[in-house]
Design a protein around this ligand. Structure first.
Ligand SMILES: Cc1cc2nc3c(=O)[nH]c(=O)nc-3n(C[C@H](O)[C@H](O)[C@H](O)COP(=O)(O)O)c2cc1C
Length: 370
């Protein structure tokens, strides 16, 4: 694909995500299946609940990352600037969108590097796609360049086999991907985070990934933004009926975020886990951490205000997430983020069914104590 095509496809994605309903339809991320046991005597002061966290060795005021969305276009520059200002002021992390466009055309670097300009201290994550590792477009030199453009703290390699398989211009060759990840993880001197883009990561894949020495796994499960949905709308705009049907069939494909988070947590011991995909409030954040994540990612709810350059709205959405997270911590007796790992929580419904069938004992979550 040429640079113009990469850029215009990314712009299509933004427009569609702003104007259409691109979220999962028949599948939920699973947070409704998870409930905390209310603690009527919290024995703590809500005002003193502490959400400070350390992710990949970096201090966060709360364990929140604005997930990768964009770059490569003047519209993207404004979005990244807005998100960067919010991330800097709030002390949280920010992922940049795929940096392939900047590797193809250095004139587009500014649309990403603007993030570091406005977020000098925030944890910034660079982003490349796994297919570009496989086809050799990105090797150590290019990966280092991606990091240098944003003076990044980590590099996300996104896995998007589903989207690549569906979109007409997709790069659907994933043969040799684990070897390529393994090689880069050995060579690159910033932490690598392997990130799905809507279909989740299973326990089996997580243990393969852990062996490569990557530092983190962002599960990006099903239940939030669906890139099959995005492709359905693109196909519709182009009058491509067969492609539209293809996307519809796979609209809700994947492991829901809750089961993916549990599967990855149970299969690994070294990697830091980010839960993302359909995280929509601070209670979801508390649940994701209780299930084994160290932090969470959120994208779609921030896109519209970022597109309008509205820093205050981005900040107020995140402020509310933190307030809700603190409330969930208070009501479960958790004073610090790490305490959430020990509060009892009940997993029921479809998530329980899935996890039990996969041989995971979910009673330990219900019976543990702080
Ligand atoms: C407009 C848009 C563009 C995205 N572009 C990328 C990308 O370039 N690279 C990537 O790893 N993820 C990308 N994502 C996926 C997000 O990082 C995130 O994982 C996903 O949207 C799930 O979170 P959500 O349900 O809170 O939206 C994009 C998401 C949106 C909404």
């Amino acid at each position: 694909m040429n640079n113009q095509a990469t850029v215009s496809r990314k712009l299509d994605h933004i427009k569609i995500c702003l104007n259409k309903d691109v979220q999962a339809k028949t599948k939920s991320a699973g947070f409704d299946d998870v409930e905390f046991v209310h603690r009527a005597l919290p024995e703590s002061n809500l005002a003193n609940i502490n959400t400070k966290s350390k992710l990949f060795g970096h201090e966060f005021s709360a364990p929140i990352i604005i997930s990768a969305m964009t770059g490569g276009h003047p519209v993207a520059e404004k979005i990244n600037k807005t998100l960067a200002i919010a991330a800097q002021e709030l002390g949280i992390g920010l992922g940049l969108g795929s940096q392939r466009a900047a590797l193809e055309n250095p004139q587009l670097e500014k649309t990403y590097s603007i993030a570091r300009e406005y977020a000098p201290e925030a944890f910034l994550i660079g982003n490349i796609g796994a297919p570009q590792l496989v086809d050799g477009t990105i090797e150590l030199k290019e990966a280092q360049k991606v990091i240098d453009i944003i003076d990044g703290n980590a590099l996300a390699i996104h896995l998007n086999a589903l989207q690549e398989a569906i979109q007409p211009e997709g790069d659907s060759n994933y043969s040799g991907v684990i070897q390529a990840i393994d090689k880069l993880a050995e060579e690159l001197d910033v932490p690598i985070i392997i990130k799905e883009t809507g279909a989740g990561i299973s326990g089996e894949i997580a243990s393969l990934l852990e062996k490569t020495g990557v530092a983190g796994i962002d599960v990006q499960g099903a239940g939030g933004t669906s890139f099959s949905a995005v492709e359905v709308y693109r196909a519709e705009e182009q009058g491509l009926e067969r492609l539209k049907r293809f996307g519809k069939v796979f609209w809700d494909w994947g492991l829901p975020t809750v089961v993916s988070t549990v599967e990855v947590a149970r299969a690994t011991s070294q990697v830091e886990i980010i839960a993302s995909g359909g995280i929509r409030n601070g209670l979801d954040i508390a649940k994701a951490i209780a299930l084994g994540a160290e932090g969470i990612g959120i994208a779609l709810p921030l896109l519209a205000p970022a597109f309008s350059g509205d820093v205050e709205t981005v900040k107020s959405i995140i402020d509310l997430l933190v307030k809700e997270l603190k409330c969930a911590m208070f009501l479960t007796g958790a004073r610090a983020i790490k305490d959430l790992k020990n509060v009892p929580c009940i997993i029921s419904g479809k998530s329980a069914n899935w996890l039990t069938l996969r041989g995971i004992d979910i009673s330990m979550y219900a019976q543990r104590s702080l």
